[in-house]
Design a protein. Structure first.
Length: 92
């Protein structure tokens, strides 16, 4: 089961929908802030997230973008930014 790194960005017009979308995306995120999140996902994870988001948004007023990030290119960091951890974790 291979994982791919995506940048998921959203612009949601309603505060209620924004909270729901934020919680949904944050559940898959390994890092990010405000409305830009890095998500390390399998194909099944991505499919599930897209399905959940399609049910949550108003397609006439909201937008969500998924960008697949190229793992061969090293990211650039500035300020307090740091490389996200891809180590698996367990919450008990």
């Amino acid at each position: 089961m291979s994982r791919t790194l995506y940048l998921v960005c959203y612009d949601i017009s309603s505060p209620g929908r924004l909270r729901r979308v934020h919680r949904c995306v944050a559940a898959y995120a390994i890092g990010g802030q405000k409305s830009f999140y890095e998500c390390w996902m399998t194909d099944a994870d991505r499919h599930n997230l897209v399905g959940e988001l399609k049910r949550l948004i108003d397609p006439k007023n909201d937008s969500i973008h998924f960008f697949q990030l190229d793992p061969r290119i090293d990211p650039m960091f500035f300020g307090t930014a740091k490389r996200p951890s891809f180590q698996p974790f367990l919450i008990v």
